[in-house]
Ligand binder design. Structure first.
Ligand code: NAD
Ligand code: IPM
Ligand code: MN
Length: 352
């Protein structure tokens, strides 16, 4: 029997509600498919942990995580008690950076049983490949006080290596799909990094002549996600552009509560990390109504990453059947709780 070692970090807020739910689904899926077993180790690293220890994770936290096959994370952030820049740089971004999880893959697809808020959503099914280690999210910047004046500065860093890596990944992915890559740009030269991004995109496109390409300005692209999302296949975007685009991708699926994501380490030196697009949702925490689908779909992405494709497919199929049956949390217009949706997914998995 194959055993996968998974580090579980529920984190903050609804992370602690949807992670246990998704772990229950993972266990049911593993049981169903007999050949796999998960060994979990849970870590309480979070804003509460910070209040007790003064750090988001222990000094040897990364050493501890290093040995796992994958990291399964809920969400980080409780701005009421710990400033976001402290909690995020101390845990989420730290893991993404130190473990060289340079790509963030975020699918958006109109699942069966989901009602898009769009009038004409079409059959959209696209993947955003978000550069995950640099770009607008650089450490370079800060605030300067000059007498009465305050200035905030943020530098964007686009390395050739990081840009090529994200684009190559997007082209490889496109070849397994419909063979189209859209680059999210702002090439009107206003932002200095974007002509560079365009130059690299053109070069990488030249290496993959069989892939159809286009470049769309980020502002127009955001609008196209709303008016004709079905025209897209793979979209490659910088860190911040990809962040914003994927919340739109989530919204047009019906709720940010359903959107999954994977932070991929490409060099095999460190584990990849699986965490949904949404955050800790402080406004609904403790109510039992957090949508677990984003975390469960994220578990499917983790299964795919581990090569457990059949089990992953069974999980997604179960999600769709549950949504079709109308068992939904309030964010999707339903009346079911986190646990009821989770139980329904497990029931469908067992029926198969
Ligand atoms: P958020 O995603 O937490 O919430 C935005 C809105 O979506 C809220 O109304 C929330 O109730 C709703 N929502 C989110 N997930 C849901 C779910 N599963 N089911 C039902 N409704 C859901 O974004 P925010 O409010 O901007 O951020 C809150 C905190 O989370 C902040 O500290 C932020 O930095 C952090 N955050 C963390 C991550 C992460 O760890 N990956 C991602 C985004 C935000
Ligand atoms: C996400 C989140 C994070 C990001 C924040 C919390 C730093 O919004 O994973 O989408 O911007 O990467
Ligand atoms: Mn985001």
């Amino acid at each position: 029997m194959k055993k996968w070692d998974i580090a579980v970090i529920p984190g903050d807020g609804i992370g602690r509600e949807v992670v246990p739910a998704a772990v229950r689904v993972l266990n049911a899926a593993a049981e169903l498919h007999g050949g796999i077993k998960f060994a979990y180790e849970e870590f309480p690293w979070s804003c509460d942990y910070y209040l007790q220890h003064g750090v988001m994770m222990p000094d040897n936290g990364l050493d501890i995580l290093k040995g796992f096959d994958a990291i399964f994370l809920g969400a980080v952030g409780n701005p009421a008690v710990v400033p976001d820049h402290v909690s995020l740089w101390g845990l989420l971004i730290k893991i993404r950076r130190e473990f060289e999880q340079s790509i963030n893959v975020r699918p958006a697809k109109l699942l069966k049983g989901l009602a898009s808020p769009l009038k004409h959503p079409g059959e959209f099914d696209f993947m955003v490949v978000r550069e995950n280690s640099e770009g607008e999210y650089s450490e370079i910047g800060g605030t300067i006080h000059r007498g009465d004046d305050e200035v905030a500065i943020q530098s964007a860093v686009f390395t050739r290596k990081g840009t090529e890596r994200a684009m190559e990944y997007a082209f490889r992915l496109a070849k397994q799909r419909s063979g189209r890559v859209t680059s999210a740009t702002k090439s009107n030269g206003i932002i200095h990094s974007m002509p560079f991004w365009d130059k690299v995109f053109k070069e990488i496109s030249g290496r993959h002549p069989e892939v159809e390409t286009n470049s769309v300005h980020i502002d127009a692209l955001a609008a196209f996600f709303v008016i004709r999302p079905h025209i897209f296949d793979v979209i490659v975007a910088s860190n911040l552009f990809g962040d914003i685009l994927t919340d739109i991708g989530a919204a047009i699926m019906g709720s940010i509560g359903v959107a999954p994501a994977a932070n991929i380490n490409l060099n095999g030196k460190f584990p990849s990390m699986f965490e949904p697009v949404h955050g800790s949702a402080p406004d609904i925490v403790g109510k039992g109504i957090a949508n677990p689908i984003g975390q469960i779909w994220t578990a499917k992405m983790m299964l795919d990453h581990l090569g457990e494709l059949d089990t992953g497919a069974a999980v997604l199929d179960a999600i769709e059947r549950v949504l079709e049956s109308g068992v939904k949390t309030p964010d999707l217009g339903g009346t079911s709780s986190t646990d009821e949706v989770t139980d329904a997914v497990i029931r469908v998995l067992r029926e198969k």
